[in-house]
Design a protein around this ligand. Structure first.
Ligand code: AMP
Length: 546
């Protein structure tokens, strides 16, 4: 090898905020705070606070590689933690407050967190969980002294602002090995124990740069972006790292993510783009319908985490709000594909473009995709063949954190990571997620894509949300059952929904029954929990099964 003669400068997260503070000093971070009211700051003002926090962490005894946990919503202090913890070479372990208590016990103990920062509305959770977590863990409430929560189980807790007070406003950010861990996120663990994805300084920086190459309108300098996707879930799709690099204004929505609150924030803060899972957009679309107009500046929404129904994409696109439908996983940092249309497709008629946007997008630079059959042989990217999707790239885990068993199962012989998704890929590179392997319905030896059936049902205006699961059937092994929520003020009859479905899918794919419920169970990350539905409807009698 003839070695290149270039500087071996590590990719470190501290560089992103330093750059933002210098080159985009007025870039805003606006937060709907837990204490109430709105907090406004800039990248230039944030850097000295992050330096103070870094000194404070050192004073608490945090060393390189130590895990510092957060249980917090989207807000400026959470953003500061990303950079202070990563900046000193420690690991920011973001935890989803909506996880079940037993998962919270497992995750904190498994990660061996040394310090835990939490938002004050989560104080009751801390008081309840504390006895189950490491005895010597240090707790910091993300507030000033006046708001410090007190009571049983909350003794000896520090106030964030007290820790910062008096600390120096500059920090000589060390050059850290770029392969050092920087943040840790556990999968929500729908099957078995949660598994940790430990991102490195290098991987989060590369992932941030890769997302920038996709050409999304949202990521242009000066744009105002509201991440509904939480900072506690896979680094909010990388936004905290991309934002200071390109100089985005970040609107942090805090804890109130319902349609009306979201609408008001989007309107009042002139938001151009917002990122989140489909369930969030249902609420916003209902609010838009109620008010009769869209938030004035909203020009793009990024939808990922679950399949975006065609009807949802159509609703946004016909309001002139561009939809970018993305796909990814916790194990992928998380973005794998983004629905920025290929150049040749941009001039197509609206309905065709909406069809294309219903696909999960095209691979981002830095992510390789392959689909394989059950024997592990590669399948063609012809838009017809479907198989398990495997991925490879510098933003994808090489193993789970301290979990040799799960790591051993996750990769094929060539080191590709198995996603557990079944997919097709078109010759021009569009990914079509058929289903999760475990969500496919197996009927008489044929597979039915629950996503296809759900998508077709969402075209009925009387359906607000729905999920399709397989239930045992004596003859066909499994048959699809649809569980649906009616749209406000609508009262669709099952036959009417079936009639809509018949237009889009084959007869044998039609659900055997449609059950209406008030609401669908959600996972901790806001996706519809099919696991819960499968348990709930395990004994559901299908009309023709007797
Ligand atoms: P998580 O690691 O919790 O983010 O979940 C990752 C999984 O969510 C993927 O493996 C997919 O099954 C699913 N997923 C994410 N984005 C999409 C999408 N756009 N369409 C369909 N499924 C998706």
């Amino acid at each position: 090898m003839l070695r290149g003669l270039m500087m071996d400068t590590p990719l470190n997260v501290s560089a992103a905020l330093e750059y933002g503070a210098e080159m985009h000093p007025d870039g805003a971070i606006v937060s709907a705070t837990i204490e109430g009211g709105t907090h406004r700051t800039t990248y230039a003002e944030t850097l000295p606070r992050v330096a103070r926090l870094a000194h404070a962490l050192k004073a608490l005894g945090v060393k390189e590689g130590d895990r510092v946990a957060t249980l917090a919503w989207n807000g400026y202090r959470h953003f500061e933690l990303y950079y202070a913890v990563g900046g000193i070479g420690a690991v920011c372990h973001t935890i989803n407050p909506r996880l079940f208590p037993e998962q919270l016990v497992y995750i904190v103990n498994h990660a061996k967190d040394r310090v835990l920062f939490f938002d004050i509305n989560l104080a009751p959770l801390i008081a309840k969980m504390r006895a189950h977590w490491p005895k010597d863990m240090i707790y910091v409430a993300m507030c000033d002294k006046a708001h410090l929560p007190a009571g049983e189980g909350l003794e000896g807790i520090h106030a964030y602002e007290d820790l910062l007070a008096g600390q120096p406003t500059a920090y000589a950010w060390p050059k850290i090995d770029e392969n050092a861990g920087v943040s840790l996120c556990y999968t929500s663990g729908t099957t078995g124990e949660p598994k940790g994805a430990l991102y490195s300084q290098r991987s989060v920086m590369l992932h941030a740069l890769f997302t920038l190459t996709a050409g999304m309108e949202s990521l242009k300098t000066g744009r105002t972006v509201l991440p509904v996707v939480p900072l506690f879930h896979v680094n909010a799709w990388g936004l905290p790292y991309t934002a200071p690099i390109v100089g985005l204004n970040l609107i942090m929505p805090g804890v109130k993510l319902d349609g009306p609150n979201l609408y008001d924030l989007l309107e009042n803060e002139n938001v151009f783009s917002s990122w989140g899972v489909p369930t969030v957009w249902m609420g916003l679309l209902q609010e838009i319908q109620k008010r009769g107009r869209k938030p004035s500046m909203l020009g793009e929404v990024i939808i990922g985490g679950s399949a975006a129904p065609r009807a949802m994409i159509e609703a946004f696109e016909t309001m002139d709000i561009g939809v970018i439908h993305g796909w990814g996983m916790t194990e992928m940092s998380p973005v794998g594909t983004l629905g920025v249309l290929a150049t040749k497709d941009r001039g197509k008629p609206l309905q065709e473009r909406i069809d294309l946007k219903g696909r999960q997008g095209r691979r981002m630079f830095g992510v390789e995709l392959k689909i394989v059959d059950e024997g592990g042989h590669r399948l063609p990217h012809d838009g017809e063949a479907s198989g398990e999707l495997f991925v490879r790239g510098p933003g994808i885990i090489s193993g789970y954190y301290e979990n040799a068993d799960a790591s051993a199962r996750a990769f094929d012989a060539d080191g590709w990571f198995g996603t557990g998704d079944v997919a097709k890929i078109t010759p021009d590179g569009y990914l079509i997620i058929v289903d999760r392997t475990k969500d496919l319905v197996k009927s008489g030896g044929e597979w039915i894509s629950s996503i296809d059936v759900e998508n077709a049902a969402m075209a009925h205006p009387g359906i607000a949300a729905c999920a399709v699961i397989g239930v045992p059937h004596p003859k066909w092994q499994e048959r699809p059952l649809m569980i649906a929520v009616k749209a406000a003020g609508a009262d669709p009859k099952p036959e009417e929904v079936m009639a809509t479905l018949e237009k889009a899918i084959a007869k044998w794919q039609l659900p055997d029954d449609i059950v209406f419920v008030e609401q669908l169970p959600l996972t901790a990350t806001g996706k519809i929990s099919k696991l819960t539905l499968r348990k709930q409807f395990a004994d559901h009698p299908l009309p023709d099964a007797e």
